[in-house]
Design a protein around this ligand. Structure first.
Ligand code: ZN
Length: 160
């Protein structure tokens, strides 16, 4: 069965940046299951997997525009320290979840001084070229419920 819209696809993958550092991997966690055609994964990877079958290996380099987007410096913002409950413990590199009109969003602390904490709302992988090494484990038809929800159910997927 080939990968096309409305198929549930299970993949093993390793993601590295251009320096060869492993950013993410399914190794030790088991395959990732996603629903093709629903934006569950980044566009560049979804496009590269279209038409492929179980048992195939795919290597793809995804530019930022097809990945997590370009970095936008306007998404960096200084927030008064007193906005943080444990202001003394806030350190560069910490991540916080904030609520926005678009839903939950993760921001990363990029600077701390006496008055302000500067947070960056760019996705941590924004602006990065992503190298995926993928093995396609399984391709199956999605259930009607999965299509309605727009994501995978079952042992490897979301469970509701
Ligand atoms: Zn669901």
């Amino acid at each position: 069965m080939q990968i096309s819209a409305n198929k549930v696809v299970s993949i093993d993958y390793t993601l590295t940046n251009d320096q060869g550092d492993v950013i993410d991997t399914s190794n030790g966690r088991g395959p990732l299951a996603y629903l093709q055609g629903y934006g569950n994964i980044i566009p560049g990877l979804e496009t590269a997997l279209e038409g492929k079958s179980a048992g195939e290996a795919v290597q793809v380099t995804v530019a930022p525009a097809e990945g997590y987007g370009e970095r936008d410096d306007a998404l960096t913002q200084a927030v008064p320290r007193q906005m943080f409950e444990n202001a003394d413990e806030v350190q560069i590199g910490m991540q916080f979840q904030t609520m926005t009109e678009q839903g939950p969003h993760v921001v990363t602390v990029v600077n701390v001084d006496d008055e302000n904490v500067t947070v960056d709302a760019n996705h941590p992988l924004a602006g990065q070229t992503l190298n995926f090494d993928v093995s396609i484990i399984e391709v199956r038809d999605a259930s009607e419920e999965e299509l309605e929800h727009g994501h995978v159910h079952g042992p490897e997927g979301e469970d509701h």
